[in-house]
Ligand binder design. Structure first.
Ligand code: FAD
Length: 473
């Protein structure tokens, strides 16, 4: 690896979190010549991929005094993308035939992803930079105009630390703080409620009638997992019933499960245990599982309200990464959801690392603010709610965005975003095979897609492996 030229500054940087985002941020920062300390409150790297059977004391995760469990991974979870397109560009997620303990499948289980992240940390000696079992409890600018940051932390043994850094990169993940569905009458409904964050195995639902709210990846997986043991599973999802084709496709997909039924969203829950859907049907349910997503949360961040979270919009952020007034000292990796995550973490990290070294300049604070203000205004004019600010996707696959005109859709297109960030840091943009593999995986999202022979993408696989050959570590 070539050392950075002398004109480039080396900074002392704190990274919060050693999940997929924090690990690649640490690697790219080191590569650019910065010195890095990673704070990680768990015992090991991997973030949400570190499976635990433990769940929180409050299964809806509302109680502020509950024990916090970081991972939201359930026991049966397998990736929802093929490994080739899911992994980092410069550390391909390939099989490890030399190791019998590894999962060689193209859509591997969660343990394989964790082991891949462990391999990455070992390969680039990131473990050595990590303070494990050390939670960041407060991050604030050192003093007005000092351009330094104070990071306060607390170890699992109760030891407090206070360090000064030139910059802080926030990679704390955003799948730990549940968002719940609002259900009229729920306060007196007598059944059990749980958020998918606290779902691990179907056993507690044996022989029960269960309502699952939501049909994104977790909702689909969890409803089928529960259906293996439950008496009935009723899925409540607006998007499924909006269009007859979606409902038919989902019915077909779930046809292996005669006990899965689909409905409109819940209208109301009643004291007698019944749950009434907007399609007029009603069931007496034992449990409701909220697969309704997560909220951004930065409990340690003290920025005098420069950075806020409002209706799940983290504001104000230039291109989802830099708060203009605090850039480049404070940055966020991995906020956009739905995108090809690891690829995005990698290019965002390259951008942050090279801005911090001075190799790449950010626009002035005013220009960045102008850009963000225009972005928010466009979202508003298109009727896209604030909570979708960090939603990057391929608009053709997202019913809500299908009606946008091409120039409007570019606002939330993950590919446009990837191209823009890649251009900033002068790295190659996303490979066409990766885009195509992602598209195939998303379209195939049916019951058996993970175990299909995937013979329709042989050509793409060849291209992927040609690409990987360039990045042998
Ligand atoms: P995390 O993995 O959550 O890591 C954040 C880290 O920060 C954690 O280790 C945490 O302990 C640490 N931390 C948090 N706060 C502090 C603090 N105050 N001090 C110190 N440390 C702290 N993406 C895919 O590409 N493919 C998939 O198949 C896929 N499946 C998913 C399934 C589920 C159920 C979920 C919820 C998400 C899935 N994702 C998937 C998306 C997921 O976002 C990414 O895969 C990615 O792993 C997230 O990485 P991260 O580093 O942003 O967050």
């Amino acid at each position: 690896m070539a050392p950075p030229p002398n004109s480039i500054s080396s900074r002392h940087v704190a990274v919060i979190g050693a999940g997929a985002a924090g690990l690649v941020a640490a690697r790219e920062l080191c590569r650019e010549g910065h010195t890095v300390t990673v704070f990680e409150r768990q015992k090991q790297v991997g973030g949400l991929w570190v499976y635990t059977p433990n769940v929180e004391t409050d299964l809806l995760s509302i109680d502020p005094d509950r024990n916090i469990v970081h991972s939201s991974v359930y026991q049966s979870l397998r990736t929802n993308l093929p490994r080739e397109c899911m992994g980092y560009c410069e550390f391909p997620f390939v099989t490890r035939p030399d190791d019998d303990s590894r999962d060689p499948r193209r859509y591997p289980d969660h343990r394989e992803v964790m082991m891949y992240l462990q391999d990455f940390a070992k390969e680039f000696k990131i473990d050595e930079m990590i303070r494990f079992q050390t939670e960041v409890v407060r991050v604030e600018p050192a003093a007005e105009n000092s351009l330094k940051w104070i990071v306060q932390s607390k170890s699992s043994r109760g030891v407090f630390g206070k360090d000064i850094f030139d910059a802080v990169v926030v990679c704390n993940g955003h799948f730990t703080e549940p968002r719940l569905a609002h259900i009229p009458g729920i306060d007196t409904w007598p059944g059990k409620q749980i958020h998918s964050h606290n779902y691990r195995v179907p056993d507690p639902f044996k022989d029960q009638v269960v309502v699952v709210i939501g049909n994104q990846s977790s909702g689909r997986d969890i409803s089928k997992d529960i259906a293996t043991l439950a008496k009935e599973v009723h899925i409540a999802a607006k998007s499924l019933m909006q269009k007859k084709e979606s409902a038919d496709a989902y019915k077909k997909e779930s046809s292996r499960y005669s006990n899965i039924h689909i409905h409109q969203t819940i209208d109301r829950a009643y004291e007698d245990g019944s749950v009434v859907f907007q399609d007029g049907e009603a069931v007496f349910a034992d449990a409701i599982v909220h697969c309704t997503g997560y909220k951004y949360r930065f409990p340690f961040l003290e920025t005098n309200d420069y950075v806020t979270v409002e209706d799940n919009r983290v504001g104000t952020l230039y291109k989802h990464v830099f708060p203009p007034a605090l850039a480049p000292g404070l940055s966020f990796i991995g906020l956009p959801s739905m995108a090809l995550q690891f690829f995005m973490f990698e290019i965002q990290s390259k951008w942050v690392a090279s801005v911090l070294s001075g190799r790449i300049k950010l626009p002035s604070e005013d220009k960045m603010m102008e850009d963000v203000t225009a972005f928010y205004a466009k979202l508003k004019s298109l009727g896209i709610p604030k909570r979708f600010t960090h939603f990057l996707t391929d608009p053709q696959f997202t019913p809500m965005f299908k009606k946008l005109k091409p120039h409007e859709a570019s606002l939330i297109s993950q590919y446009e975003y990837f191209n823009w960030v890649s251009e900033q840091c002068g790295c190659s943009s996303i490979g066409p095979w990766r885009v195509e593999q992602y598209n195939i995986a998303i379209k195939k999202n049916d019951d058996t897609y993970r175990d299909d022979e995937c013979d329709d993408d042989d050509q793409l696989l060849e291209e992927a492996y040609r690409d990987f050959a360039k990045f042998k570590p």
